[in-house]
Ligand binder design. Structure first.
Ligand code: AP5
Length: 218
């Protein structure tokens, strides 16, 4: 059975940071719905223009748009052996659609690591975050400094602050998370695939915990 992993957690918990490291070390493709929306936004596609209206307000992009976009991506050849999902699913409807899609390709969710971090810490993390233009690698003014200021360590592209990392938008994203996404903790606990990881630990320790959970030797 082909195995997929879903990284669950509030905005700023460290999903993108950890998914990039794990993808690299464990050789699993990292599929981030937020990154796909931002790539479309940069390219000014119809999808990107539609998604921007929701992203700028800290709201979720409607399920029908998001589900189609992610399942199209998961059908690409690089995901034929499984993938690590970051930011999807985010609603019960998306979770059901993902289960149906995976059943149709003889795949399953092997495990859902839930990176848990308290709300007050999330605001500090997001307000100090810098993101790379080319591939969405993330840095932090206090917790993860780039070697050269303003430049991505991985691909040399410029770093920028995300439009939705403004304080009011971050607060709205956290509210939306608790209302719409947090119910997935119960959903995946009932399916016996959820494993909680303490996201308040330093980045390297969270990576270590996640690698154990997904059984990757590195
Ligand atoms: P998306 O891009 O998915 O954003 P998010 O879920 O809000 O998550 P973030 O990227 O903000 O945080 P993260 O958990 O990845 O944290 P990171 O590793 O960067 O989505 C953006 C928008 O797109 C949504 O609001 C929505 O509009 C739309 N969207 C996306 N998917 C959707 C879906 N499925 N349905 C509908 N709409 C969707 O870390 C944050 C900072 O903390 C970094 O600076 C990092 O260096 C630092 N850090 C990380 N770990 C640690 C640590 N352990 N200790 C100290 N600092 C740390």
């Amino acid at each position: 059975m082909i195995k997929f992993y879903v990284l669950l957690g509030p905005p700023g918990a460290g999903k993108g940071t950890q998914a990039a490291i794990i993808a690299d070390v464990c050789g699993i493709p990292h599929i981030s719905s937020g990154n796909i929306f931002r790539e479309n936004l940069q390219l000014k596609t119809e999808l990107g223009i539609k998604a921007k209206q929701f992203m700028d307000k800290g709201e979720l992009v409607p399920d029908d748009i998001t589900i189609g976009m992610v399942t199209d991506r998961l059908m690409k050849a690089d995901c034929s052996g499984g993938a690590l999902l970051d930011g999807f699913p985010r609603t019960p409807k998306q979770a059901e659609a993902l289960s149906d899609f995976l059943s149709s390709i003889n795949a399953e969710i092997a495990c859902v690591p839930f990176i848990n971090v308290e709300a007050n810490e999330l605001i500090e993390r997001l307000s100090g975050r810098w993101t790379c233009k080319a591939e969405g690698h993330v840095f932090h003014t206090k917790y993860k400094l780039p070697k050269q200021e303003g430049i991505c360590d991985y691909d040399g592209s410029p770093l920028y602050q995300r439009e939705d990392d403004k304080k009011e938008t971050v607060e709205q994203r956290i509210r939306v998370y608790f209302e719409k996404t947090a119910p997935l903790v119960k959903f995946y606990t009932e399916k016996e695939v959820l494993v909680e990881v303490d996201g308040a630990l330093p980045i390297e320790e969270v990576t270590e915990a996640l690698m154990k959970v997904i059984n990757c030797q590195g």
